[in-house]
Design a protein around this ligand. Structure first.
Ligand code: PHE
Length: 333
């Protein structure tokens, strides 16, 4: 029994196997236990002799089992440590941090400038009523911008707003003057896509209503804003224009950011970045439409193209780059 057991123990590869082995030899029904049980059949003289031998065998096997168990335990530990070893010389995983989209950074910069000038930031829905988008803004029934080929209609009365000006209507209907708000967001027009046009673009609307607000206040506000955004040496130029909801109206050009008005390739030699902004004194009829007394209050409004401003600010020459989410482009900012 001893020899066989010793031989088998030396071949054991796991602690489980070892335990099976122990039960087989030393357990209740084990081979050695069997021997001890049958001692009763032996004579008085034989009993102590066989008993001693059996006890020796038991002790030897137990000792061998214990030492083998220890050895296997250590081997397993070693293997585990080997497997879990950490190579501290390996390069780490790169953590890629996201950042603001250039367009969102521009919106934030614009909002911050207007906040510093005492404006509040408000939001309006991208799906608007025809009433807010056109009618309340005095836009004539037959105005070409209402055409199905220019505007995304959802139903007869609902559309994707074609500008942020309906936010003016919402604010004037909901709140009493004095009002001083800006509102940035998406706008939609049925335009073919090219390097300066996209059916989805962004505007920022501004509205100021109070007693004694004049065109001079409008011009100074725009001028101050442009200098804050692009620098003190920037100039603005107001060209007469027409919008149904402002009178008088103007379009604003700004000195070319690249050449500061000297004339370069970017501005076709004119020295101006064109059509960044539309503005004017809120038409008294629009005030009336919103329940504001035009005898007591006056105000101005402006709408600027955020995409254009972002393009001028960052030197981007194709509006599509802003919406394609090409990482090679975005990673540059
Ligand atoms: N909503 C006009 C546009 O989209 C811009 C504008 C806004 C003009 C406010 C005057 C006053 O062209």
């Amino acid at each position: 029994i001893r020899e066989e057991a010793m031989n088998e123990i030396s071949k054991m590869k796991s602690i489980d196997e070892l335990e099976e082995m122990r039960i087989k030899v030393l357990g209740k029904k084990g081979e050695l236990t069997q021997v001890l049980r049958e001692m009763g059949k032996l004579s008085k003289e034989e009993r102590p002799v066989v008993g001693e031998i059996a006890n020796d065998v038991r002790k030897d096997i137990e000792t061998e089992l214990n030492s083998t168990r220890e050895r296997l335990k250590n081997e397993m530990k070693k293997k585990k440590l080997e497997k879990e070893r950490i190579d501290i010389s390996m390069p780490g995983k790169e953590i890629i941090l996201g950042h603001r989209h250039p367009l969102m950074a521009t919106i934030e910069a614009l909002e911050n400038i207007f906040l510093s000038m005492g404006f509040s930031v408000v939001y309006g829905p991208e799906i608007e009523t025809v009433q807010n988008n056109f009618d309340a803004l005095n836009s004539p029934e037959n105005h070409p911008s209402r055409d199905l080929s220019d505007t995304f209609y959802i139903t007869e009365d609902m559309l994707l707003r074609t500008h942020t000006s309906p936010v003016q209507i919402r604010v004037m209907k909901e709140k009493k003057p004095p009002l001083r708000i800006v509102s940035a967001g998406r706008t939609f027009r049925f335009d073919d896509v090219d390097d300066t046009h996209s059916p989805m673009f962004h505007q920022l609307e501004g509205l100021v209503i109070d007693e004694n607000v004049t065109m001079a206040n409008l011009m100074d506000t725009i001028d101050t804003f442009i200098k804050e955004l692009f620098g003190e040496d920037m100039e603005t130029r107001f060209r007469p224009h027409y919008f149904p909801f402002t009178e008088p109206s103007a379009e604003v050009d700004v000195s070319c950011v690249k050449c500061k008005g000297k004339g370069c390739e970017a501005c076709n030699g004119t020295g101006w970045s064109m059509e960044l902004l539309g503005c004017g004194m809120v038409d008294p009829k629009v005030l009336e439409n919103c329940g504001i007394d035009p005898e007591k209050y006056s105000g101005f409004a402006f709408g600027l193209g955020i995409d254009r401003i972002a393009m001028v600010k960052y030197g981007i020459n194709d509006i599509r780059l802003l919406f394609e989410n090409d990482m090679r482009f975005l990673n540059q900012f």
